[in-house]
Design a protein around this ligand. Structure first.
Ligand code: AMP
Length: 512
């Protein structure tokens, strides 16, 4: 395979998958060093050894304190919620270890892998996208693109249905709603497929809702039954809790196929086998399912569509195997949910198709396609309301705007001879800046001297198709060129990134 070969990576909350487009142009999932097609996104820190995948999950039972799992949920925060071996890791560093294993295992199979397209939930904001890109860099990868998971799934679906070989026609587009419930995140996206063009119409989701929450409810059901009989709570004993969680995740899968199962729980010398029926499990998780139902309704409304205008309801993500998901969707849509793409592998395969498209010289891709996305959160600049003194969110790019998009807004200086201006960028729907997420800021110093109060300062946003943002500030009608770097909140410096890259991947940073 050529040095330029690029893979697609679905970096999931609970599992990750790598795929590539093979020599005959087909997407295929690669197996890891253990021979599995999916790799648990868990990392065991054992002294100087870092172990990723199945072994790290097993270690949850005995040394839960040293295992980092669900790091994707914390991406965008400064540090991972759990202290591991006395250290507080940034969540993207934990993700970098996972990506590094995927890279090393894929390289062992198909030759050196350096380039990748990584997927993220459509609902990921700018900070989380940047952190994901950084994780790829620290893992020794050149991240060619960050694409949305539902878009990748739709591309894989389109490939399977032979749509990539068609050209856009004036025919009615195929409208699909992608319901993606993974291990830790939930996304709904409405897409239109016009021949080989994939256009996102609206997207919404919840970065803190997924199969893991269903596991947790099952843990609660069992732990409460155990507590009633034995007066000890296994959730309060670290080792027992780790083991119980493993049992419950397994039992949850059994309950997708059978109407009841028994779950073993042992804690402080007491042992019990507790029977749980599917009906009891569904009752304990009803509100979680209702949250997804609500988001589906909201996304359809944002797309200004009704169910009778949706042609396909595509299921993606391992958690859509739960019968309650299909039943709910059938009931609200009147459609039969389409599970024809492999729930766990479709996203990585769609990413692989995108990667092959970006490095055409190294792959023989059958057919071409275009992707058009929207931004999932409104982007604005903080301004102060003169009347109330409150910090307001001046939205420049409303959510669900097709990207790439550029927007500009002119602000004015507050006082005579003002020499600096601070531009704070926020993401969110609220009019109050305090209720939005601050994603970064830039300050322009050394404005030209002698500017009178009320002089215009222009702020330009450029939102790129990969969901990344560029901000430029300038003073119109002056010769001063004031381009400034946009500093993001909660991100690692280039120096740190380079250091982690050397440490995790053993590779030198690329020379620029
Ligand atoms: P993903 O991130 O898409 O791989 O989804 C992983 C999630 O799917 C995890 O929470 C798994 O426990 C869950 N999952 C996988 N298979 C099943 C199944 N048969 N029934 C219920 N949940 C499942």
């Amino acid at each position: 395979m050529s040095d330029d070969a690029a893979v697609g990576i679905d970096l999931g909350t609970t599992y990750s998958v790598v795929a590539r487009v093979d020599a005959s142009g087909y997407p295929e999932t690669l197996v890891n060093a253990e021979g599995d097609r999916i790799t648990p996104s868990a990392v065991l820190f054992d002294g100087d050894d870092v172990i990723v995948g199945k072994e790290a999950v097993k270690a949850m039972a005995a040394e839960a304190d040293n295992v980092a799992e669900c790091s994707k949920r914390d991406v965008g925060h400064q540090v991972f919620h759990k202290v591991i071996g006395g250290k507080q890791y940034p969540p993207e560093v934990i993700e970098a270890w996972i990506l590094n294993k995927l890279r090393v295992d894929a390289s062992a199979q198909i030759g050196p892998v350096r380039k990748a397209v990584i997927t993220v939930p459509a609902y990921f904001d700018e900070v989380r996208r940047k952190a994901t890109q950084d994780a790829g860099y620290m893992a020794g990868l050149d991240v060619l693109d960050i694409i949305n998971e539902p878009t990748a799934a739709a591309v894989a679906y389109g490939y399977q249905k032979g749509l990539l070989e068609k050209v856009a026609t004036a025919e009615k587009p195929l409208r699909i709603l992608v319901y993606d419930l993974g291990g830790g995140t939930f996304d709904v996206t409405v897409m239109e497929i016009h021949g080989n063009r994939f256009v996102t119409v609206a997207t919404d989701g919840d970065v803190r809702l997924g199969g893991h929450d269903w596991d947790q409810r099952l843990v609660d059901v069992v732990a409460e039954a155990f507590l009633r009989d034995h007066y000890v709570d296994p959730r309060e004993d670290r080792a027992a809790a780790g083991k119980l969680w493993l049992e419950c995740e397994d039992a949850k899968r059994t309950l997708s196929a059978r109407s009841k199962t028994t779950i073993a729980c042992d804690c402080q010398g007491r042992v019990a086998r507790i029977e749980v029926t599917r009906a009891r499990f569904e009752e304990a998780t009803r509100d979680l399912l209702d949250r997804t139902r609500f988001t589906v309704g909201q996304t359809l409304a944002a797309a200004r569509l009704r169910w009778n205008q949706i042609d396909r309801l595509l299921l993606v993500g391992g958690s859509t195997r739960m019968p309650m998901v299909r039943a709910m969707l059938r009931e609200i849509s009147g459609l039969e949910p389409d599970g024809s793409v492999a729930a766990d592998e479709a996203v990585a395969q769609g990413a692989a198709l995108r990667a092959a498209q970006l490095v055409p010289q190294a792959h023989r891709l059958k057919g071409q396609f275009k992707i058009k996305n929207v931004n999932s959160h409104s982007l604005g600049v903080v301004g102060v309301d003169r009347a109330t003194g409150r910090r307001r969110n001046g939205i420049l790019i409303p959510r669900n705007t097709p990207i790439p998009v550029a927007a500009r807004r002119v602000f004015t200086t507050q006082k005579d001879s003002q020499r600096s201006i601070l531009v704070q960028v926020v993401e969110g729907e609220s009019a109050s800046a305090d209720e939005c997420t601050e994603i970064g800021k830039c300050s322009v110093r050394q404005l030209p001297p002698g500017l009178p109060a009320g002089s215009p300062i222009e702020v330009q946003f450029q939102y790129k198709p990969d969901g990344r943002l560029k901000v430029r500030v300038s003073v119109p009608d002056t010769s001063a060129r004031l381009e400034t770097e946009f500093a993001r909140e909660n991100t690692l410096s280039q120096e740190h990134l380079d250091g982690w890259r050397r440490y995790i991947s053993g590779l030198e940073p690329p020379r620029t």
